[in-house]
Design a binder for this molecule. Structure first.
Ligand SMILES: Nc1ncnc2c1ncn2[C@@H]1O[C@H](COP(=O)(O)OP(=O)(O)OP(=O)(O)O)[C@@H](O)[C@H]1O
Length: 306
């Protein structure tokens, strides 16, 4: 497995208090990694340490398989970021802003500016000053600026904060496109689960400075699948019917009275009918979902919004 970022017991203290503690984070090449956690849980601080904007108090960070130091210039060139809101020269146009950025970065190619604007779908903005842009347009321009130097790793701190639902979907689509078509690995943070769950391949959950979970979305979906729960007086006979009559193997006997059936492709009603035909006395039968929200709330101790 190739990793773009790995942190090793990463920690940060401000004025004697730990805001990031013992974080071991693993971002794989080519994935979208969602860092989820309530405000103040340490997400921005981790991102700033990866970007060398803050010095770790403890531990180490490996990027592109090299340990970061202040002198890792070659590594810093391979990543880019938007931390907090992107700042622009408000009176200038989008193109002029990108122009100045390229000059500043010593990276200059007129065509790249046009490509970057096309890439984020900023069109018909010819002579518009940035001050007249909507928040969504500014975010797009920020992303254009971040990708113009063709980074392999893009770090985005709460990129959809303050956007309306349409703006959120647009940015999500844009990030997915950058990830899939250009192979850019993306680290994105949010305090809202819904903003992350649809886009991330892996989720890291922060709480009080600790990374309390790092898990692939696929395995979360598996573990949070729908199931049908049956309560009965005769578990043994029910199991027999489920197995031999309904041909369902994916079930679990929870206790003397309860069975859970997972992913059957069969409706609750079909199962119910079959059990009734076989004279099984059923106390209850229900379809349940262990919700993702509940799962995350359990990780972070019940706070709302992630
Ligand atoms: N420069 C600093 N000096 C002192 N404390 C700081 C500094 N930067 C951050 N903190 C504190 O560190 C903690 C973590 O902040 P951080 O910004 O990393 O959290 P976050 O998860 O990104 O939340 P948010 O979404 O609110 O930015 C907070 O309690 C914050 O007040």
């Amino acid at each position: 497995m190739e990793y773009i970022v790995r942190t090793h017991d990463l920690g940060k203290r401000f004025n004697g208090s730990n805001v990031v503690s013992n974080v071991n984070m693993n971002i794989k090449k080519g994935e979208i990694y969602g860092l989820l956690g309530p405000n103040g849980s340490g997400k921005s601080t981790i991102m700033k340490m990866i970007l060398n904007l803050l010095k770790p108090s403890q531990g180490a960070i490996e990027v592109f398989s090299e340990t970061l130091t202040n002198k890792s210039y070659e590594i810093f060139k391979r990543m880019n970021a938007i931390i907090e809101y992107p700042i622009f020269y408000e009176k200038l146009t989008a193109e002029d802003n990108l122009d100045m950025h390229c000059e500043y970065m010593g990276y200059y190619n007129k065509q790249d500016i046009k490509n970057a604007l096309d890439l984020v779908n900023l069109k018909n903005i010819n002579n518009k000053a940035v001050k007249n842009f909507s928040l969504g347009m500014k975010q797009r321009l920020g992303i254009a600026r971040a990708v113009i130097t063709k980074p392999e790793l893009l770090i985005l701190d709460e990129p959809v904060n303050g956007l309306d639902p349409v703006g959120i979907i647009e940015i999500r689509d844009l990030l997915e496109m950058l990830n899939k078509e250009y192979g850019i690995t993306i680290l994105i943070s949010s305090h809202i689960l819904a903003e992350i769950e649809q886009i991330a391949d892996t989720i890291g959950v922060m709480n009080n400075g600790y990374l309390v979970e790092e898990v692939s979305m696929d395995s979360i979906r598996e573990n949070n699948a729908e199931y049908i729960e049956i309560e009965t007086d005769d578990v043994q006979k029910t199991v027999y019917i489920i197995d031999s009559e309904l041909n369902i193997q994916n079930f679990k006997v929870l206790d003397m009275n309860k069975i859970r059936i997972y992913e059957t492709g069969m409706s609750q009603n079909q199962i119910y009918k079959k059990l009734m035909e076989n004279d099984i006395s059923i106390t209850s039968i229900n379809t349940k979902t262990a919700s993702l929200e509940d799962y995350f709330l359990s990780l972070i101790g019940g706070e709302k919004n992630a």
